[in-house]
Design a binder for this molecule. Sequence first.
Ligand code: CTP
Length: 404
Amino acid sequence: MRVVLGVGGGIAAYKAVLLLRLLREAGHSVRVVPTAAALRFVGRPTWEALSGEPATADLFDDVDQVAHVEVGRSADLVIVAPATADLLARASSGRADDLLTATLLVATCPVLMAPAMHTQMWQHPATVANVALLRARGVHVLDPADGRLTGADSGPGRLPEPEVIATTALGLLRPHDLAGRHVVISAGGTREPVDPVRFLGNRSSGRQGLALASTAAVRGARVTLVAANVEAPAPSGVEVVRVQTAEQLREAVLAAAKDADVVVMAAAVADFRPAAAPTAKIKKDPGGAAPVIELVQNPDILTELAAHRSSAGQVVVGFAAETGDASGSVLEHGRTKAVRKGADLLVVNAVGDGRGFEAPTNEVTVLDGSGRVVTTAAGSKQLVADVVWDTVLPRLAPTCAASS
Ligand code: CTP
């Protein structure tokens, strides 16, 4: 695909060099269009050597090739990183005073902007209005990251990391193959109260569920994320229902699943909860016996979803974090679980020894309902999420649009 990488005149221009590399490594051809100010931070030789293409800023370069029209017209995606306050202002008011802004006026493809500026500039009403206008026109404007800025200051205004911009950009280059679908994803780990200050919980960070939510949104789905005790911020464009216990998660998932095409149970649901959760803190009895906490079993939400689908074509996906033991390997446990749960797909991963829960990467085997291996995936949780959606897609009933 053909990507135009517009670079604004900010100190973060150097990070656009890393972004350029990531886009090239993903197999895309990239034409860099810096502003004149950007060239004061990173010069033409760097852009041209890494992209293998001319990197001109001026409307009056390459006039014979009508560059100001051609660059935008041939693009599959335009990225602007860093998008400075000045660039956001010029783009939102439709100026065309250099090659980059002219390109933005001509482009009909998706446009992704990654702002970077000082916090006060980002929060100024003028910038807020410019961003709102660009978003209303369909431009994807990322929120800047929060952190160290130029000099001693810190706050919101930092350019999002090149990997984050690249992931969003690569998502925009993907077909919107989940458009018109409603997907429900549970993520995180439930907490079952023992008393007002203690709970039974687990080590799930919710990262794989968040990756499923962000990739589904990028691929065009309407996404409901039922998040159990997830600390990380939810991806943009995703409806979030926050819950704590297995029972709350069950209610939220069943409600959202009523009109869902796909339900993915990525949450680690506690199998047991204390039979009674006193409203006062359980006190220690010095010298006495430790309290015995009676547990009762929680409902199995995945089994219930699979057995009572809200429509015949609804696809139900489970996750299984396994450790091998004397009675079987990770995959053997996964196969038994796939058959027992009745879901269409079960995504099995090995946990323990630093794998799975808090790690940024994952390694999974996807089984069908009979325990047969459908596919495997290893890599970032985003990559694994995309593989899960690729596996779900052929199982979806055709949409009205696709069948008409
Ligand atoms: N799950 C669920 N409700 C529960 C427990 C688990 O919906 N009460 C779902 C999880 O969200 C996951 C799948 O079932 O998608 C497998 O979870 P896991 O904890 O591996 O399975 P369990 O049935 O709890 O089996 P075990 O803990 O005995 O391995």
